[in-house]
Design a protein around this ligand. Sequence first.
Ligand SMILES: Nc1ncnc2c1ncn2[C@@H]1O[C@H](COP(=O)(O)OP(=O)(O)OP(=O)(O)O)[C@@H](O)[C@H]1O
Ligand SMILES: [Mg+2]
Length: 307
Amino acid sequence: MVETVVKINQLQKKFGKVEALKNITFNVYKGEVFGFIGPNGAGKSTTIRTLLGILRASGGSATIFGQDVWHDAVAIHSRLAYVPGDVYLWPNLTGGEVIDLFLKLNHQEHSDKTDELIEQFELDPTKKSRTYSKGNRQKVALIAAFSTDADLYIFDEPTSGLDPLNEEIFQKRVLELKQAGKSILLSSHILSEVERMCDRIGIIRQGEIIETGSLEEMRHLTRTVIQVQTKDSLSDIAQLEGVHDVKTDTAKQNKVSFAVDSDQIGIVMEVLATKVILSLQSTPPTLEDLFLRYYNNDSQEVNDNAQ
Ligand SMILES: Nc1ncnc2c1ncn2[C@@H]1O[C@H](COP(=O)(O)OP(=O)(O)OP(=O)(O)O)[C@@H](O)[C@H]1O
Ligand SMILES: [Mg+2]
C-alpha cells in the first residue's frame, strides 16, 4: 500500500474576514513529486505555511507523517526540509556560514554533498549574504535543503529567481530525491517544470483545490484542435458531440478547423475516415491551454466535462 506522507483534509484558514483557504484537500504519497499550481494569491504559500506549523489552521486537518502539523511541529520538522520563495538570510553572515547554520538547525552536518552542491550551483560561499542577489539567496536555501537528509521536501516557488541552467540543476536534484524514495511538495508557476517533474498536480484557485490528478488524467480534460481538408462536404462535423469552435476556411469550403474533447476523438475520426481526406493536422492539447481554461474562470465548464 502506498504510504501517505502529507494528508490535508478540508483545510481552512481565515485572516480576519479574508478566507485565504476555503477548502484544501489533497494527499502527497511517499516517493512522489506533487506539484501545487495556482495563480497569485490562490493560497499556495498559506497552505504550505500551515503545513509547516507557522500558521494555525482555522478549520479542517493536516498531518505529515501521520502527525498533526500544529501540535507535532517539532517532531515533523526533524524529518522535513523547506525552501521558501522569498529567502531571508542573516545579512552579516557569509553564504557558507548561513548554509552551515541552516544545516545545524536541522541537526545535519556539512558534508561532501554540501560542497558538491555549492560547486554545482556556482555559489561563492565567502560573500556576505547581504551582497547576494535573489537567485543567490535562493541557492543558499536550496543547497542547505538538498544536503539535508529528510523524508519530505517542501519547495515554495523555489526557482523563481534561478536562471535556466540552475533551474535544470534544481530539477535534476529533485528527481534524484524522488528516486531515493523521498516525497516532494513543490509549488510552481512554471508549467514546463511541473510537466517534467511532477507525478501528480493539484490546481488551487481562490483558496480551493479545483482539480487533483496526474498530468495524463488532466489531459483528458483538454481538447485537441483538428484542421482537415476533404473532397466531400464537412457540414456534418459541427453536429457531432464534443466538437467545438468549428471554423470554415473562407476560401475553401471543405477545409475546417475545430476543437474536439479528448474522449470524443475516436468518433470524430470515424466520421472523417468515411471522407476523402486531402490534408489533416492535429494539435495536441497543451498544459498551458488547460491552465488558462482554469485561470479564466472556466473551472465550472472544465469540471462539468470531467464528469
Ligand atoms: N498574513 C496574512 N494576512 C492577511 N492576508 C493574508 C496573509 N497571508 C496571505 N494572505 C492572503 O491570503 C491569500 C492567499 O495568499 P498566498 O500567499 O497563500 O497566495 P499564493 O498562492 O502563495 O500566491 P503567490 O503565487 O503570489 O505566491 C491572499 O489573498 C493573501 O492576500
Ligand atoms: Mg506564494
